[in-house]
Write a protein that binds this ligand. Sequence first.
Ligand code: ATP
Length: 351
Amino acid sequence: MIDRETALAALKAIETPAGGDVVSAGVVRALTVSDGAVRFVMEIDPAQAQAFEPIKTAAEAALKAAGADAVSIVLTGHTEKAPPDVRMGKKSEPKGPEPVPGIARLIAVASGKGGVGKSTVSSNLACALAQKGLRVGLLDADVYGPSQPRMLGISGRPSSPDGKTILPMRNHGVTAMSLGLMTNDDQAVVWRGPMLMGALQQMLFQVQWGALDVLLVDLPPGTGDVQMTLAQKARVDGAIVVSTPQDVALLDARKGIDMFQQLNVPLLGLIENMSTHICSKCGHEDPVFGHGGVAAEARKLGVPLLAEIPLHIDIRLAADGGAPIVVSKPESAQARAFHQVADALTESVLA
Ligand SMILES: Nc1ncnc2c1ncn2[C@@H]1O[C@H](COP(=O)(O)OP(=O)(O)OP(=O)(O)O)[C@@H](O)[C@H]1O
């Protein structure tokens, strides 16, 4: 029976009028393959609807030749409809861990404890990778405190061309989606387990991410439903764990590390955030939360320490201002720490 890889391979043989294949050009969105049936959306410029009719026919033929029993392709253009209510949506189809269509690598950014800077790391890392020329997505799955819209300077509501799939937002070269964009700013969201899992699956499989080199997933703190659902439903290529050097944060980080080991998700490395405080007036360095604890933990685990990021007011101001420090002060020492992580990833898991 046809599987996702075979379907994608068959579609890669189909050219767009502008050149390049339909998968790499990001035309194929929201691909699902189940029980021999292949379904997806071809998102095109409405002016090109005629030109895409033969392409649609060729894609149907190629998929049937590759073993599909049924093929359903919907041609859509962008429209400004209200986003679907993610909490009311039906559960997504994928059953086991499978790659998210069009996404080459999926990396989770996790922490054992809240407030250690996981979202700050995710937004800066996403922008740093985009600055290196990679096609980057950032999924804010921190359902208890989605902060990426603010950190990436994104507002407004994502639109849905067909009421089923969701168009992500974009800023600083990063394609982004957050549960924070689907709720009102002041709305306290009380997610129950099954709702949470359905919403995460929709964010992964029904957002039209397009072709991406990497999707970063900013997880909620701890070891809960979201982490489990992510690893059970999507193929996660690796996890980065962020911690402050404090013993208590490290203790929680260890639980997160154990969880990823149990879920068979490779640990790509640790990041020590708020490593030392650098005074913005005199440049004096002070190890407010201690220093070096995360490096020692990384050594013990035999994984890389990807960076030690200082506690610096510019990092906070940049995050609050909607342009992460790697965008607002790309040459600063603080930005360099994030670039170092981006370099390490492009040399390892993203090579
Ligand atoms: N290295 C840093 N220097 C200065 N401020 C920082 C640094 N890292 C994070 N912050 C600030 O600390 C606060 C918490 O950071 P952030 O939201 O990234 O943490 P988090 O781990 O994602 O938290 P939660 O999981 O609870 O949402 C933010 O105001 C952020 O701007």
